[in-house]
Design a protein around this ligand. Structure first.
Ligand code: SAH
Length: 206
């Protein structure tokens, strides 16, 4: 089933074989509640509780490809959610730091990730602020829809690093890749339309 999913993602235009192998290596069904196993290898997003979703595998692959992750890269993810995307990054050899603002989801994912052979650093907090104590990062990935690019995240990006973020105020967002150039200026590229749950400000009480 996992191979079939990888073939489907390849057909949709993801050609990075390292990334496809990483997706092939990760048991996505473990990130869904056990009653929904039959949905785990469809190329669709799925509810994971607390009003949140695990992203569509193609979207995970697309964002990861844009990041151009190299082994040992220090990557910051905003929106841990199920932890699936964090595992894809870790399988590629990245040192992963990931922030989630929903306490229940954070606790659940922390438990789940203990079952995996990766050392992923999980943080409960507001991703808008990033992680200044661990900055700078080789790459920053935002997996929720942002109305604008959070300024602190740009400051925490290394020169030559990419920040990948879906930006938009409505239901549909534009995928942006921002690259920090040697003169400190930002290069902006756009990559089509996607749908994400919103990036919310401040910690929730949930
Ligand atoms: N990357 C996830 C999917 C994320 S869905 C996966 O692989 O499953 C988006 C997540 O962003 C949700 O879990 C949501 O709670 C979280 N989120 C929203 N606003 C946030 C913020 N300001 N800081 C950190 N996480 C946030």
């Amino acid at each position: 089933m996992r191979k079939k999913l990888v073939d489907e993602i390849r057909k949709k235009g993801i050609l990075d074989e390292n990334l496809l192998s990483a997706i092939n290596a990760i048991p996505r069904h473990l990130f869904l509640d056990s009653g929904f196993l039959e949905y785990a290898y469809e190329d669709k997003p799925f509810p994971i509780g607390s009003g949140q979703t695990i992203s569509q595998p193609y979207t995970v692959a697309f964002q990861t490809q844009l990041l151009e992750v190299k082994p040992e890269d220090k990557i910051l993810e905003i929106g841990t959610g199920s932890g699936y995307q964090a595992c894809v990054l870790a399988e590629l050899g990245a040192k992963v730091f990931s922030i989630e603002r929903q306490k229940k989801l954070f606790e659940r994912t922390k438990q789940l990730l203990r079952l995996f052979p990766y050392k992923i650093n999980l943080f409960y907090g507001d991703g808008y602020k990033g992680l200044p104590e661990e900055a700078p990062f080789d790459g920053i990935l935002i997996t929720a829809a942002a109305p604008e690019i959070p300024e602190p995240l740009l400051q925490q990006l290394k020169i030559g690093g990419h920040l990948v973020i879906p930006v938009g105020k409505g239901d549909v967002q534009t995928m942006l890749r921002i690259t920090k150039l040697v003169n400190g200026k930002l290069k902006k590229e756009t990559f089509g339309k996607f749908r994400f749950v919103p990036l919310l400000k401040d910690k929730a009480n949930d």
